[in-house]
Design a protein around this ligand. Sequence first.
Ligand SMILES: Cc1cc2nc3c(=O)[nH]c(=O)nc-3n(C[C@H](O)[C@H](O)[C@H](O)COP(=O)(O)OP(=O)(O)OC[C@H]3O[C@@H](n4cnc5c(N)ncnc54)[C@H](O)[C@@H]3O)c2cc1C
Length: 478
Amino acid sequence: MGLKTREEYIESLRKMKPEVYMFGERLTNIVDNPRLRAGIEATAATYELASVPECRDLIVTRSPLINEPVNRFTLPPSSIEDLVARVKVNRKLGNWVGTCHQRCTGLDCLSTLSIVTYDIDKKYGTGYNKRFLEFLKNVQKNDLAANAAVTDVKGDRSLGPKEQADPDMYLRVVERRSDGIVVRGAKAHQTGSLSSHEIIALPTRALRKGDEDYAVAFAVPQDAPGLVHVVGRSSLDSRELDGCDVGNTLYSKYCPTVIFNNVFVPWERVFMCGEVEFAVDMVVKFSSFHRQSHGGCKSGKIDCMIGAALTLMDYNGTSKAGHHKQKVIDMIHRAETLYGCCLAASYEGKKEPSGTYFIDTVLANASKIHEGKEMAEAIRLMVDVSGGFVADLPSDRDLEHPEIGPMLKKYLKGVDGVPVENRIKMFRLVEKMAMESADTISDIHGGGSPEAHRVTILRETDIESKKKAARRLAGIKV
Ligand SMILES: Cc1cc2nc3c(=O)[nH]c(=O)nc-3n(C[C@H](O)[C@H](O)[C@H](O)COP(=O)(O)OP(=O)(O)OC[C@H]3O[C@@H](n4cnc5c(N)ncnc54)[C@H](O)[C@@H]3O)c2cc1C
């Protein structure tokens, strides 16, 4: 009980027995699989840094719910300071792991549920909030990591859930029992589902009357019977299995498709069941929190990219080149604009009736639109500064080859005084940060596709006050 160390976290995952498939094979040892372990290590960083003196004050705080120190990734924000801390912690971690640490989505679900379960109870006199708080106490006391099972596979995008040819295209309740519910469906792109102890499912879209079976929110352990994790392919993933040319020698990211094959959920873990009109609140709250999380984390990743570009400038002999300095400035201002937008979303946050603080949705969504475009631009700038070996560097195995290795090391050298091995390692890191599809594609689609951000911005913006300001200046009286 209490805050877990990195080692305790990894051992706690070892005790879980999830059903997992990868490359057509069933895996039994998840924690020691090199591909999955690199992802688990990224989440382990959220535990490790909590015990490092210079990060402890940022990551560890006191929970008013259990009155004990907790990791911030288990704490729904109860002040503006908590909202701001979310961004700062994510930037620190994004910078530390250079990829996705995978623990923010769980916090975004916990924060959402702490608001919406209260609102549902207020309208219907249900007991979801009390159940949720019991669940949250357990998460906080045991320092558990959670994953967000939000994105349904969705079948035909032009059709709603109950209009699909196959009704399981959106996760749904297939049986209601006295002790709980049985759910069926599948959630796609499940970042770090096996690095988490708990899977928290929320609806993925607004729902209407008639969609009651799809209006379901709950939590299950990642090894619940019937839950099947199929690890998705990502570019560069076989290098981790191969143990060669990995680029980021410490961390990585993976995203399984998670199938809910008639999974039983006891009532005490069900946080919404049938209240269709609250599905949209779940989606807007979750996605806005998550878009804010992204901005903190991705500005931290750009920091790593800037560090890699500057180091390669030193190694290549271009550190005095004016256009490279300009490109580094262009990377820095992109990181800071992203960070600033997420901080602003926090400072403009408001208290919800449940007591949880919610961020400013327009600013959070504006930051995500910025991320989708500007991460790509920051990657382009990093690759421009670094050079073509980002694309086609010979393998470490060739460098170790007794005959061609010495020749390669002679010809791959940059400035004198820098070991050729260091230059090669930095090229590999740039390749990983630019081309790890499980991470770079999340810049665009993670937390919803760009159009979802735009729609939210339009819906949440006070359009009328803008029109009024213009009419006043033009001397138009309504
Ligand atoms: C790397 C990565 C990590 C992720 N991690 C998680 C996670 O941990 N948990 C989770 O729940 N989700 C996660 N996601 C999922 C993410 O939220 C979705 O990818 C996103 O919402 C888009 O859904 P989709 O992938 O099904 O694409 P689609 O919904 O098919 O979207 C593709 C395109 O079609 C458009 N489109 C879709 N439907 C319509 C329509 N009806 N009308 C008009 N245009 C439409 C979209 O705007 C978009 O341009 C992750 C995604 C990625 C890429």
